[in-house]
Design a protein around this ligand. Sequence first.
Ligand code: ADP
Length: 263
Amino acid sequence: ILPLKTIDEVSEDVEKWASQKKEELENLRRNEAFRKEFLLNLSHELKTPIFAVQGYIHTLLDGAIEDPSVNKMFLKNATKNIDRLCRLIDDLDEISKLESGEMTINKELFVIQDLIKDVFDTLSLKANQKDIKFSIKKGCEAPVYVMADKEKIRQVLINLIENSVKYGKPDGQTIASIYNMDGKRVLIEISDSGIGMAEEHLPRVFERFYRTDRARSRDIGGTGLGLAIVKHIVEAHDQTINVRSKVDVGSTFGFTLELGKEN
Ligand code: ADP
């Protein structure tokens, strides 16, 4: 025969059950609010370039096509907006894969400095256009092996280093530093001498579509999804990312990775 529960025990069970349900409901509400905000942002992000393309085409059809002083420029601007739409769709694809848990992390051993140099090469044209110098910090050159998904970490580095150029001041620099943290992890930091960000933005920059300056981000071709993608990838490796920044001085994004056994 099972012992009967006391009234106190039963009421404790009921309270536990009720607080669990309350938490579930709160989670659902929060998710719903996130979903609504995401859709609202997304439709706005899609509309802006589409309306711009529509505007240029209408103006051309209304006669501007005959005017050689503007017709090429309007077509170029339309193309720029279409490029932005394509980038947005690529980033959305990436985000939805990451969020649906479809992403698999295929870890391999590699030297992080080699990957950083590779990404510096990929982005050198953009950096040259603003006279921004790329370098690895003095003292951080000795090869450090990490255990991570190389292609995903390449994406992380591309997004961070590309931002350091986009938000970097002309004639400035981007410096990558590598630190051994505790014998198990390495910290990789990407620092720029750019426009920086005010303290109040820092907790939110990894949110989808969050920007400190919407117009500036759009102008320079941003989708507002780059850092959200970065955070997803780093967290899928069970690692962490953070940022510190000072307006008009620059920003430093730092993320950790698992140290490889070869070190
Ligand atoms: P975006 O496509 O707008 O660059 P991100 O997700 O990459 O989107 O970045 C979000 C926002 O964080 C940017 O719009 C910008 O306001 C800010 N930000 C990101 N990186 C930097 C940086 N290195 N310096 C200053 N601001 C930055």
